[in-house]
Design a protein around this ligand. Structure first.
Ligand SMILES: [Zn+2]
Length: 62
């Protein structure tokens, strides 16, 4: 699992949900230097939405 965690060397977005009853966790690192982590389904969704809208692939559209 540690291999999937984004780092500044390997930017990306990773979401993990160990089991249906466990809260989701997410970590995101962007090549622009931004990074964030979230725990809990709602927080993870917000992180994913924000990262998708403002970082990662979104940089290519500017
Ligand atoms: Zn970014």
């Amino acid at each position: 699992m540690a291999d999937l965690t984004p780092t500044s060397d390997r930017p990306g977005l990773h979401v993990s949900k160990p089991s249906p009853s466990a809260p989701a966790t997410a970590s995101a690192v962007c090549h622009c230097g931004a990074s964030a982590t979230a725990t809990g389904d709602a927080q993870v969704k917000a992180l994913v939405d924000g990262y998708t809208a403002n970082h990662g692939p979104a940089h290519d559209r500017r």
